[in-house]
Design a protein around this ligand. Structure first.
Ligand code: SF4
Length: 464
């Protein structure tokens, strides 16, 4: 399961804004590995450099040094297969003359097809197949004069998830949808401001975390200072997977460091599904903290059973079928001596299609584990996501059509326990109505048509 996209922005006259943005993107690499890009402005023109690849593959000393100016925005992209094309890299630039802007987007616009048709009827043309360009053209099409009013005009029409950074020749904007599905935060640096999907990016560039961009808020930063424009919000719906898996454990969301929240998920799993075992391990890296929590609460020793090859990522070298068949072996190497004849409790973040977990269980058993008891931080995922998470169709979701016992048999584990929704909410220690839990409950924060499932995966691609 992939979340899709990291965004960041820097407003700092007299600083090397492109370089700061580069390091912020580096810290957000986990949110998207398909393409990376930076746009800057010197007050007269917008320049963009964006390509397919990891941040370190895309930028060189030379490309960074050509991105001059006082303001920059950046983007890391993960996209669905059909939209994995160089044409869809971000940031994208739209407009003419003083009505020009660059934009980078994390999220998914549910009514993008409808807005796209409307904008085409008005004569707007599109260079990409992303919903981000729909947002951009909607803003540009606004009859309003001020940028803030143009963005507000677009926000009134947009449905779905969007955390945006927008740059004009003189201003930087941070925009978050009224539900706050994706995170976005504000930081201060010596001579300016920084915006990032996650606070870990602010830490890496020496920015102080100031606060989160509120759901429905527009923050505008220019030479006249920082202004905030709050919009109305009916309810909040932060994606719970930011807590379980997407965001880095050293990021702070809703005032909470994620590492201890994940530890608490493991501790809750231990209370809900105790089992006699010799060793607890979290599947690295996403379930490492939850493994620590389970071990601490249960009193079962914590160990490591799999070593992750951290550099496998997205290589852009297509593996042939024989190498593809290696599956998780490309990613994990088991520590046979640690596993030999052991009853293992293995914590993982989630089971989506059920393609990876059976391979993990097989790998551990083949390496000598006597028993494998799987414990999963996410409750059973029964409904697809329409808010930018590349998950699966309903038919592909294993928990949508198998009972927990059937999933246990399918993955080959000796026992299986999914954290309950209540247990998860207690672990994150925030009210339930702050979150989107739709992939567990089917209760979407805004109405979605089920046929969106197909559109979201095969039609117009999300900005992500
Ligand atoms: S449906 Fe699930 S994955 Fe999608 S935003 Fe809601 S909680 Fe996150």
């Amino acid at each position: 399961m992939h979340e899709s996209c990291g965004v960041c922005g820097v407003y700092a006259p007299n600083e090397d804004v492109a370089r700061l943005t580069f390091f912020a993107l580096f810290a957000l690499q986990h949110r998207g590995q398909e393409s990376a890009g930076i746009a800057t402005t010197d007050g007269k023109r917008l320049q963009v450099y964006a390509k397919m690849g990891l941040v370190s593959q895309v930028f060189s000393e030379e490309s960074l040094s050509r991105l001059t100016g006082d303001i920059a925005i950046g983007h890391n992209r993960y996209s669905t297969r059909g939209s994995s094309r160089a044409i869809n890299v971000q940031p994208i630039v739209v407009g003419k003359g003083s009505n020009t802007m660059a934009i980078a987007h994390n999220g998914n616009i549910i009514n993008a097809e409808h807005l796209y048709a409307e904008l085409c009827d008005q004569g707007y043309t599109f260079k990409t197949s992303t919903d981000t360009e729909v947002i951009a053209n909607l803003i540009i099409s606004s009859p309003e004069k001020e940028w803030v009013d143009k963005i507000r005009y677009a926000m009134r029409r947009l449905q779905g998830a969007y955390s945006l950074v927008i740059m004009t020749n003189h201003s930087l904007f941070a925009v978050r949808d009224p539900f706050g599905v994706r995170p976005l935060c504000l930081g201060g640096i010596d001579s300016g401001w920084a915006i990032a999907s996650e606070s870990c990016a602010l830490d890496h560039i020496g920015a102080n975390f100031v606060r989160e961009v509120e759901p429905g808020e527009i923050i505008s930063i220019s030479d006249s200072g920082l202004d905030s424009y709050r919009g109305e919000t009916s309810r909040r719906a932060l994606c719970i997977f930011e807590y379980i898996y997407f965001a880095r454990p050293d990021s702070v969301i809703n005032g909470q460091l994620l590492y201890p929240a994940r530890q608490a998920m493991g501790a809750r799993l231990s209370e809900e599904y105790p089992v006699g075992a010799d060793l607890v391990m979290g599947v690295p890296d996403s379930a490492t903290a939850a493994g620590v929590g389970y071990a601490f609460k249960s009193g079962i020793p914590l160990g490591e059973g799999l070593i992750k090859n951290r550099y496998v990522g997205r290589t852009f070298i297509e593996p042939d079928q024989r190498i593809r068949d290696l599956g998780v072996k490309l990613k994990f190497n088991p520590l046979s001596q640690m596993l030999d004849n052991k009853r293992m409790v293995v914590i993982d973040d989630s089971i989506v299609r059920g393609t990876t977990t059976p391979q993990v269980v097989r790998l551990l058993k083949k390496a000598g584990a006597k028993q494998v008891h799987m414990r999963i931080c996410a409750p059973p995922i029964r409904y697809p996501c329409f808010f930018g998470v590349d998950m699966a169709t309903r038919q592909e979701l294993i928990a949508a059509h198998k009972t927990v016992d059937e999933v246990r048999d399918f993955i080959g584990a000796d026992s299986l326990g999914y954290l309950s929704i209540d247990g998860l909410i207690k672990a994150v220690a925030l009210p339930k109505d702050v979150f989107c839990l739709a992939c567990f409950t089917g209760d979407y924060p805004i109405p979605v048509q089920l046929e969106m499932d197909k559109l979201a995966l095969e039609g117009m691609s999300a900005g992500r």
